[in-house]
Write a protein that binds this ligand. Structure first.
Ligand code: THU
Length: 132
């Protein structure tokens, strides 16, 4: 992906972050999943008073995309307002691996990209359908 195109996807994830519903943690996260045919599907974290029912930005984006029929993905972007990278949590890694495979995950804050890792590095020795 060109650097201009990546910058545009990161900007889209930053916009999605502004729609986060995070009154408990105040930690706003935006995500953008790029489909293999170039569509960008966004997500933001959605918290709940139970805390445990909170849904991460990555899974919101993934479930939106899957429910709209998308099955092939090329990139995930995660944005938070932090100096250090915000990587996907464990459950998000499991689901991203299963439905997106070994895609790059770009982490960014409000001004710059902070890290880029492939899914196989974020989730080494995954459990997946091949082991069933
Ligand atoms: N969160 C995400 O949405 N994605 C991540 O990658 C890390 C954490 C959310 C969950 C919760 O709403 C808040 O950030 C604090 O954990």
């Amino acid at each position: 992906m060109s650097s201009d195109r990546l910058a545009a996807v990161v900007a889209t994830a930053r916009e999605a972050r502004l729609r986060a519903i995070a009154p408990y943690s105040h930690f706003l996260v935006g995500a953008a999943l790029v489909t293999s045919d170039g569509l960008v599907i966004t997500g933001c974290n959605v918290e709940n008073a139970s805390y445990g029912l909170t849904m991460c930005a990555e899974r919101v984006a993934l479930f939106k995309a899957l429910s709209e029929g998308h099955r092939s993905f090329s990139l995930c972007v995660v944005v938070a307002d932090t100096d250090k990278p915000t990587p996907p949590c464990g459950p998000c890694r499991q689901l991203l691996w299963e439905y997106c495979g070994d895609i790059p995950v770009v982490m960014a804050n409000l001004t710059t990209v902070t890290a880029e890792l492939r899914m196989q590095d974020l989730l080494p020795l995954p459990f997946d359908g091949r082991l069933l």
